[in-house]
Write a protein that binds this ligand. Structure first.
Ligand code: AMP
Length: 406
């Protein structure tokens, strides 16, 4: 069964085609047959199209700003040219869409219908940078792939299990009726890596307390108890929680009142300041990319050193909070760009948790293309570095929804 996955963003579209006709296994993700992307930031009035299938690849710049035209051109690379893997688009059995905000209503993948589209549209004010692009991706693919079932998987869905004390903000009670509450994000990734860690350990997820750390451009932690998210660091928006590449994470809200009153900031300026000019980038003045900040630190740059110290401090605080919500810890997981690739983060993040009996392997820890357990053999907590596979998880969820296991 060929399943297309689309991750439609405001400035890029990423897509994969999986062949899931093999029996479902709880094993590692299979590589996609084909993957492609559209980058709308290339130059005004143009889009850069890249596609890859096995060893074959292509790269083109197309003279269009039209999303439908771009997506059509991307799907054409499935059925023609060097990356062709299908005879016709009708071979696609389902399309899975990553949708960032599903509000409090969706706890699992859903078949897209009018009500689901209306919900995604209604939630645009809560995810103005993401939900419009996600909805547009769904509507364009509905036109191109008439009658092919479309499935939405929400980044918030995994956190639908948050208990009220974790999902409610201590503001006025009326906020709840207005939808102002913690939703949590990166749920597709947290759910996948938690399940993958349990499978790699040969354990049932329902027997484990896991802390999953998704540390990429955006960073969030999740406390996963018996397979359910019971706490997470991102909140009403993906700005809350630990420090990130260019986002600040949690702050004293009094700072915002101060900036508005004393420096005349408006909402758009605050949005830019907190989402794009803060975090590792804002403190270091170097970059939002950990690799560049680490290089500056190694060269003796004091601001870069402070940025990394602060990142680790905030990460440890978040981990401690999640461990408190779990009331214990069996497994710690690192994933996403920084989490999969930075031994410095593994070592420094884990250091204060030695009191739990958490010990990393001795000797030099190294990144690997494989998922790896980096805990010492006698550690009381297993520590896994797992490569997140969000597209694969979306394809699996589509298959499960449309053809549930007997
Ligand atoms: P993601 O959002 O998962 O693609 O993560 C992107 C981020 O991962 C980049 O901005 C870097 O900060 C970080 N990253 C990627 N590769 C490495 C690496 N080899 N070492 C440290 N950080 C990395």
């Amino acid at each position: 069964m060929k399943i297309l996955v689309l991750n439609a963003g405001s400035s890029s579209h990423k897509s994969c085609l999986f062949d899931l006709s093999q029996p479902r296994a709880d094993g590692p993700a299979q590589p996609p047959l084909w993957r492609a992307s559209l980058d709308w930031t290339h130059a005004s009035g143009q889009v850069e199209l890249s596609a890859q299938a096995g060893e074959a690849s292509l790269q083109q710049v197309l003279p269009t700003r039209d999303r439908t035209e771009g997506l059509r051109a991307m799907l054409d690379t499935l059925v023609q040219g060097p990356t062709q893997v299908l005879a016709q688009l009708q071979e696609i059995a389902a399309v899975g869409h990553r949708v960032v905000h599903g509000g409090g209503d969706y706890s699992a993948a859903v078949r897209v219908d009018g009500a689901v589209k209306a919900a995604i549209r209604r939630l645009i004010p809560l995810a103005p940078a993401h939900n419009p692009a996600n909805l547009e991706g769904i509507e364009v693919l509905e036109q191109i792939l008439d009658r092919v079932p479309q499935v939405a998987l929400f980044d918030t869905a995994f956190h639908a299990s948050l208990p009220p004390a974790a999902s409610t903000y201590p503001g006025p009670y009326g906020w709840l009726a207005q939808g102002i509450r913690r939703y949590g994000f990166h749920g597709i990734s947290h759910g996948y890596v938690a399940q993958r860690a349990a499978s790699l350990m040969g354990r049932q997820i329902t027997d484990l307390k896991l802390l999953t750390c998704h540390l990429g451009n955006g960073c969030s932690l999740a406390a996963v108890d018996q397979g359910l998210s019971v706490d997470t660091t991102m909140g009403f928006t993906p700005l809350d929680g630990v420090m990130m590449g260019s986002r600040c994470g949690s702050l004293d809200p009094g700072i915002l009142i101060h900036l508005i009153r004393q420096q005349g900031y408006n909402a758009d300026q605050l949005d830019t300041l907190l989402n794009r000019e803060s975090g590792l980038k804002g403190v270091s003045g170097v970059s939002n990319d950990l690799r560049l900040v680490m290089a500056a630190m190694a060269a003796g740059d004091g601001r870069a050193t402070l940025a990394i110290d602060l990142f680790i401090h905030r990460l440890r605080q978040g981990m401690g909070a999640m461990i408190a919500s779990l009331a214990g810890l069996d497994v710690l997981v690192f994933t996403a760009g920084m989490g999969e690739n930075s031994p410095l983060i593994w070592q420094r993040a884990c250091q204060p948790f030695a009191y739990l009996g958490l010990r990393l392997r001795q000797g030099e820890l190294q990144r690997s293309g494989q998922d790896q357990d980096i805990a010492a053999p006698d550690s009381r907590v297993r520590v896994w570095v797992i490569h997140t596979q969000e597209e694969w998880a979306i394809a699996q969820a589509c298959l499960e929804l449309l053809h549930p296991a007997p």
